[in-house]
Design a protein around this ligand. Sequence first.
Ligand SMILES: [Zn+2]
Length: 346
Amino acid sequence: MRKNFDIGSETVQPGEAKIVHLPLPGLHSETEVSMPVHVIHGKKDGPVLFLSAAVHGDEINGVEIIRRILSLNSIKRLKGTLLAVPVVNVFGFDTHSRYLPDRRDLNRSFPGKESGSLAGRLANIFMSEIVCLSDVGIDLHTAAIHRDNFPQIRADLKAEKLDVLARAFGAPVLLHSAPPEGALRYAASKEGVPVMVYEAGEALRFDEVSIRVAVRGILNVMRELGMLAKSRSRKIKPPIVLRSSMWVRAPQSGILRAQVSLGDMVAKGDTLGFISDPADKADVVVESSSNGIIIGRSNIPLVYEGEALFHIGRSQQTTLLEEHLDRLQDDEALTPPELVEEPVIV
Ligand SMILES: [Zn+2]
């Protein structure tokens, strides 16, 4: 028989699912605040996986991704333990903000400390109560406000275990990136816990395709970890692996008319957009400085000189990209048969 799982001030028995509330600093009104954690402690041995969303409080796609994962029957029979945290930055989530009330970015405040700032204390609670109890993690993000991301996994592919799991996720794009200092995945890697980041969609919006790719991807990772039975029928399509990426910035301030979408393949010198001013003087062309795939872009036409407009992952794997783009249009390929869910329409 497996041991009980202790988290916060609670104990979860093998075969039990429980919502544990981790106490956080309260509000001015003395309203108590807590971070809810869904704990599913399987009867059989296996790894401990954490899922986290809304570390940036306005990035809400992941909240829906976790809701769908928790609704699946197969999850109730998993091997090992799942810790699912739909809202990490509770303060930012409630105020539709990326940041904390102290204006700090939680994802630059890890590992934090008990006696630190509000962001540092929240980071410290997440590290000690979630990360340090886990073997591996998936942190769910979207692009920042007024930006959009093509579904992608970001991971340090030099970390061997992470390389295998990041490929198993099956997102169209896998971007190798060393974690920035202060990020959750940076602090977790220092504790020996590999964490990948899923980036897709926009802040403060649901995006059905981005949600489905992630639900499918999390199940794929859980199968790879042996937490769920391997799927007999479906083969995971290899991702387009990007070793580097770069941003094309606005050559001048003005009004942008973008000419490329997420997932478009571009060549060096291609026109990505035009910038004009309200009096409609001559256009300034925004050119691609590299061959690659548009993996992120700005959605707001109002731009300042120097602003990051288009994120390009360096690649020329046109055929594989087309296969992935076709797959993103195919509801059946994206939806686990057991998940009967009405799509979110926008
Ligand atoms: Zn984020």
